[in-house]
Write a protein that binds this ligand. Structure first.
Ligand code: GDP
Ligand code: IMO
Ligand code: MG
Length: 426
C-alpha cells in the first residue's frame, strides 16, 4: 500500500489536477476528501482538456476507482454535468465512481445565503466562488445539513427541507428576496439524485481494503493551505479543512497510512478573491505573470492576482502539512524575466528589522507587513521543452535549489507546461 496526498501549498490553483493526473497513472484509487465545486482542477490527457470540480482526477485510468469522500460537499447539478462531459469523451464512470452518502448536498438556498452575507459585509467580503460552499459547511456543523443519504428517502428529505426552507425563506424575506418553493426544490433534487443513485455508496470499506493490500492510493486535495478554514487567511479563506490532516475526517484514512505528502507550489504566487497577499505585484511584472501563466480562475474566470514566490508561506505550508516533497509548477512562466525575487519573511511596513513569519499573525496583521526579498538572476531561456533537471538552464536549477533550501524540502517534480509530458521528475 502506498498513499500519496497532493495538497496545494499556496492559495489554490497550483496545478494539483495535473500532478494528480500524473500520479494516477498507476493508482488503484483516487479520492477527493474536502471542498466542493469551488475547486477547478485542470487536466490535459489523451482524452482532451478537462476542468474538473468534483470528480477525482484518476478518472482517465480505467483501472482506477474514483471516490468522492464524505468530507466533500456535492452540488448535484455540477456533478451531473461533469459526468456527462466525461461520458462525452468516451469514459463512463458509473461503475468506477463511489460517492459517499455522508456527503452534504449544496441546496439552491446555499448560494443565495452566501450572496446575502457577502453583500452585508461589503468591502470586507471574502470574494467567494459563489458556489454556496460556506453556507453548506455551516449547515453541516450546525446540524442543519441535508446529506445524500437523506435524498434516498423522500419523506425524510421533505421533512428536512421543510425545516430549512422555513429558516432560509425568513432570511430571504428580510432581504427582500423571493422565497424558495418546497415542491420545486424537492422535485429538482430528487430528479438529480435519481440520476446518480447507483454511484452513491459508502467507499469506506473499499478504502480500508486497499490500505491492507499493496495498491497505490492518490488523495486529491482541493484549494490551497492558505485557504484552510483554521490556518488560512481567515476570513479570506474557504470553509473546509484543506491541510493534509483533513483527510482523516474527510475520507476516513488514519494518519499512519500516509506515506507521501506532495505540496504543489507554483514557481510564483497567485490568489483569486480578496485578502492579504504580501508578494503581490501590481506592476508590469505582475501582468507578465498573469498573461504568461494564463492566470484566470478555472471556476469563475476572475483574473488571478500574481506575485513573487513567497517562501515564508510555503515553508509554513510544509510544516502544517508535513510535505515530504514539493512539486514546483509553472516554472516556464518565469522564462522571460531578467530578475526574479523570492519573499523570505515579513517586517512591518516601512520598518526593517527582525523577520517575522506568517503564523505569528492573522490576515489583518499580514496587511500591515511587507515581505523581505532576495533577488536572483533569471534564466531568460525557454524551459517548456526540457524534460531532465540537468538540462534546465543553470540559473533555473539555482532558483529551484534556493526554494528547496528555504522551505527545507526537496523538489521532486518540476512542471514546465500544462500537458502531462511537460514534466521533469527528479
Ligand atoms: P489546480 O486547481 O491546482 O488543479 O490548478 P488549476 O487547474 O486551477 O490551474 C492551473 C493552470 O495552470 C491550469 O490551466 C493548467 O493547465 C496550467 N498548468 C499546469 N501546469 C502548468 C505548467 O507547468 N506551466 C504552465 N504554463 N501551465 C500549467
Ligand atoms: P482549487 O482546488 C483558488 C477561494 C475563493 C475565495 C475563497 C472562498 O481549484 O485550487 P469559497 O467559494 O471557497 O467560499 O471561496 O477561496 N477559493 C479558491 N481559490 N482555487 C480554488 O480551488 C479555490 N477554492 C476557493 O476565490 O477567495
Ligand atoms: Mg483550480
Amino acid at each position: 500500500m502506498s498513499v500519496s496526498m497532493v495538497i496545494g501549498a499556496q492559495w489554490g490553483d497550483e496545478a494539483k489536477g495535473k500532478v494528480v493526473d500524473l500520479l494516477s497513472q498507476t493508482a488503484r484509487l483516487t479520492a477527493r476528501f474536502n471542498g466542493g465545486d469551488n475547486a477547478g482542477h485542470t487536466v490535459i490527457n489523451d482524452y482532451g482538456t478537462f476542468k474538473l470540480r468534483l470528480t477525482p482526477n484518476g478518472f482517465s485510468n480505467p483501472n482506477t476507482t474514483c471516490i468522492i469522500g464524505p468530507g466533500v460537499v456535492v452540488n448535484l447539478e455540477t456533478l451531473i454535468a461533469e459526468l456527462e462531459m466525461i461520458r462525452g469523451a468516451g469514459i463512463d464512470l458509473s461503475e468506477r465512481l463511489w460517492i459517499s452518502p455522508r456527503c452534504h448536498v449544496v441546496m439552491p438556498y446555499h448560494p443565495m445565503v452566501e450572496a446575502i452575507c457577502e453583500m452585508a459585509k461589503g468591502d470586507a467580503s471574502t470574494g467567494t466562488t459563489k458556489r454556496g460552499i460556506g453556507p453548506v459547511y455551516a449547515d453541516k456543523v450546525s446540524y442543519n445539513g441535508i446529506r445524500l443519504v437523506d435524498l434516498a428517502d423522500e419523506t425524510t428529505f421533505r421533512g428536512k427541507l421543510q425545516a430549512q426552507l422555513q429558516l432560509k425563506n425568513a432570511l430571504f424575506k428580510a432581504f427582500g428576496q423571493e422565497p424558495l418553493e418546497l415542491q420545486a426544490v424537492l422535485d429538482e433534487k430528487l430528479k438529480q439524485y435519481a440520476s446518480v443513485r447507483g454511484m452513491v455508496r459508502e467507499p469506506f470499506g473499499l478504502v480500508q481494503q486497499a490500505l491492507k493490500g499493496d495498491a497505490s492510493i492518490v488523495l486529491e486535495g482541493a484549494q490551497g493551505s492558505l485557504l484552510d478554514n483554521t490556518w488560512g487567511t481567515y476570513p479570506y479563506c474557504t470553509a473546509s479543512t484543506v491541510v493534509s490532516g483533513g483527510v482523516t475526517a474527510g475520507l476516513g484514512i488514519a494518519p499512519r497510512w500516509i506515506k507521501r505528502v506532495i505540496g504543489v507550489a507554483k514557481a510564483y504566487t497567485t490568489r483569486v478573491g480578496r485578502g492579504p497577499m504580501p508578494t503581490e505585484l501590481s506592476d508590469r511584472t505582475g501582468n507578465i505573470l498573469q498573461n504568461a501563466g494564463k492566470e484566470f480562475g478555472t471556476v469563475t474566470g476572475r483574473p488571478r492576482r500574481c506575485g513573487w514566490f513567497d517562501a515564508d508561506l510555503v515553508a509554513f505550508s510544509t510544516q502544517i502539512n508535513g510535505f515530504t516533497e514539493i512539486a514546483l509548477t509553472k516554472l516556464d512562466v518565469l522564462d522571460s524575466l531578467p530578475k526574479i525575487k523570492i519573499g523570505v519573511g515579513y517586517h512591518p511596513l516601512g520598518k526593517k528589522g527582525r523577520l517575522e513569519h506568517y503564523w505569528e499573525g492573522d490576515a489583518r496583521w499580514l496587511e500591515g507587513y511587507e515581505p523581505e526579498y532576495i533577488e536572483m538572476d533569471g534564466w531568460m531561456q525557454s524551459t517548456g521543452n526540457v524534460r531532465k533537471f540537468s538540462e534546465l538552464p543553470a540559473r533555473a536549477q539555482a532558483y529551484i535549489h534556493r526554494i528547496e533550501e528555504l522551505v527545507e524540502t526537496p523538489v521532486t517534480i518540476v512542471s514546465v507546461g500544462p500537458e502531462r509530458n511537460a514534466t521533469i521528475i527528479i
